[in-house]
Design a protein around this ligand. Structure first.
Ligand code: ZN
Length: 135
């Protein structure tokens, strides 16, 4: 029989024990869970707080550099679920921010086009009126 391994979800902090990697899917997030580097037995021997701390550091290690920078100083005071949820939220905000930046870029472009078009129209208006003056 294969040994159990500890797997955890980096999105919500859920963890469980599985023999096969393909079975390690988070029941809440439906994403593949990641294997912990320590053995099942070593994990079972840890008290709850140390399990949380170990998982917290794993979740931080697998998140984006931005999340890492933000969370590392606080990890001692946080439990894994808060860290996972914050990390997830920050990723959401990063994506949202990127979308907003793209929208602003697009708006700038559109405004500039409008300004250019307007100038163009004014120019041809002048040309038109100059033509009118000519006998
Ligand atoms: Zn999950």
């Amino acid at each position: 029989m294969r040994e159990l391994s500890v797997y955890y979800c980096s999105k919500c902090g859920y963890y469980g024990y599985y023999q096969l990697e393909r079975n390690a899917v988070c029941p809440k997030c439906k994403v593949d869970m990641l294997a912990l580097s320590i053995s099942y037995q070593a994990f079972m021997d840890l008290p709850c707080e140390e399990r949380d701390e170990l998982l917290s550091s794993q979740i931080i290690a697998s998140s984006s550099p931005y999340v890492k920078r933000l969370l590392v100083p606080h990890k001692v005071n946080n439990n894994r679920e808060i860290i996972a949820r914050m990390g997830d939220r920050i990723t959401e905000l990063e994506i949202e921010n990127e979308k907003l930046n793209k929208t602003i870029e697009w708006m700038h472009q559109t405004i500039w086009e409008m300004v250019r078009k307007n100038k163009g129209l004014n120019l041809s208006d002048q040309e038109e009126s100059q033509k009118g003056i000519d006998p």
